[in-house]
Design a protein around this ligand. Structure first.
Ligand code: LLP
Length: 430
């Protein structure tokens, strides 16, 4: 937490608004985003591409946090987005997001969703498997439509990260295998499809990655792949997409490199390898999700009950938990929290921050140093902006929290808190 994030009252401030005021006005649990931080992060990813004068796209992987306001924000920044479902695509439509800047991903896109993507003229469909090539071909023929496509490949690189997040290794449910020749067979099929415009190749090697090595290896592999295609089939690639996965700092043990350094390494690798392989430098696309919204997000909770047993680390319970942030329970993800009314206070104890859900595993933070706290105090868990709200559930029939965007001293509600009526809206009586 930096000093600027503490206001004159000594409280946590989120882009110029007192966190206690946010909690009072909108209630807790509340997800608050520092919009300036989101914009800055996008600009940081962009800056190195601009300096290097390469054509590029920063495509926000919207699974990290997808709402109408978020898509509007990316549109304001002239960014691209990835969507992975009809629901994300529909939300982007409701935000009037420019469809030519949408990439549609997924390992099993249903027919109806592919039709929707074709009707909306999305910028590119990321083809994942042979079934999908056939399906899309039939849809395009039926609609007399054309569309840009890219092939997602499995480059055989597994970034060192949590095992749930490994998607680049050969044994992955995503994409065409390169080594066995699958990817080249897929290319031949696509080149034979007059309604498909083959833009290039995509790989995603994992998530929450801290070093550049994996990206450099993936970039080299992708360049080699398209260079082979060029040599053997005369194919001219327009885009190389190295995916997302840029790590962020959740706790003091995390030490990721800066967005600029990731991009720099990727651009250099692509330039060097394409020169070696005598290929024109294609556009370079990246797909950051977590790193765009993660550090900008705060989860505000009100402290309620407390359990103290001699010799056991105390439980301090808050009014949210695994329903609004499943990551600690699902991935043993770690976070840090501060007391909103005195974020810089000296800790006097180490506690567990427990949620309100009926499950022993509903612990948001296992080891949180805190100053003295009492019921009614507000705590802020930091860096919760990615895969928190977007993975939220109604477990135990808890309504999902409200979401506010805060920018330069002004707060705006962008997702209403769910009501009990929302919870039963789809239920039918016997
Ligand atoms: N592109 C593709 C094709 C992806 O599959 C993903 C994430 C991304 C980009 C964005 O990755 P990021 O920059 O956000 O790391 N629920 C997990 C993360 C799952 C990521 C899945 N794919 C979590 O909470 O850690």
């Amino acid at each position: 937490l930096s000093r600027e994030q503490v206001n004159q009252a000594g409280h946590l401030a989120i882009d110029g608004v007192d966190a206690l005021d946010l909690a009072k006005q909108y209630g807790t649990p509340l997800v608050a985003y520092d919009v300036t931080a989101i914009r800055d992060q996008i600009h940081r990813f962009r800056s190195v591409f601009e300096q290097n004068k390469v054509d590029y796209a920063v495509s926000y992987a919207s699974k990290a946090f997808a709402t109408i306001a978020m898509y509007q924000l990316i549109a304001q920044e002239h960014g691209h987005i990835d969507v992975v479902s009809g629901g994300e695509l529909y939300t982007a439509m409701k935000a009037n997001f420019p469809m030519q800047s949408v990439s549609f991903h997924g390992n099993n896109k249903p027919t109806a969703e592919l039709e929707m993507a074709v009707d909306q003229h999305v910028g590119v469909i990321m083809l994942d498997n042979f079934h999908e090539i056939k399906l899309l071909s039939a849809i395009l023929a039926e609609k007399s439509a054309e569309i840009n496509v890219m092939l997602r490949v499995t480059p055989g690189i597994s970034a060192h990260t949590h095992e749930y997040d490994q998607t680049g290794q050969e044994d992955s449910k995503f994409g065409f295998d390169i080594k066995s020749g699958q990817a080249q067979d897929a290319l031949k099929q696509v080149l034979a499809e007059p309604r498909m415009n083959m833009l290039g190749v995509h790989a995603h090697i994992g998530s929450q990655i801290f070093e550049v090595n994996g990206f450099v290896m993936a970039a080299n592999k992708l360049v080699d792949t398209v260079a082979d295609w060029h040599d053997e089939l005369g194919y001219e690639p327009k885009v190389i997409n190295v995916g997302g996965g840029f790590g962020i700092r959740y706790t003091e043990t995390d030490d990721p490199i800066a967005p600029e350094d990731f991009v720099d390494a990727i651009v250099k690798a692509v330039k060097v390898r394409t020169t070696e392989r005598q290929l024109a430098t294609p556009e370079i696309w990246i797909e950051p999700g977590r790193s765009i919204v993660g550090p900008a997000g705060y989860s505000l909770y009100t402290i309620g009950s407390r359990k103290d047993v001699p010799g056991i680390k105390p439980y301090v319970a808050v009014d949210g938990g695994m329903g609004d942030n499943i990551r600690p329970a699902l991935y043993q993800a770690e976070y840090e929290a501060v007391l909103a009314n005195n974020p810089l206070a000296k800790p006097v104890e180490t506690v567990r921050i427990a949620g309100k859900y009926c499950e022993s595993g509903d612990i948001l933070i296992q080891n949180q140093p805190l100053p003295e706290t009492k019921a009614g105090d507000v705590i802020a868990i930091l860096d919760t902006g990615a895969y928190g709200y977007s993975m939220a559930s109604n477990y135990n029939r808890n309504p999902r929290p409200a979401v506010v965007f805060v920018e330069k001293g002004k707060a705006k509600l962008v997702v209403e808190r769910e009501s009990f009526d929302d919870l039963v809206r789809l239920d039918k009586k016997l």
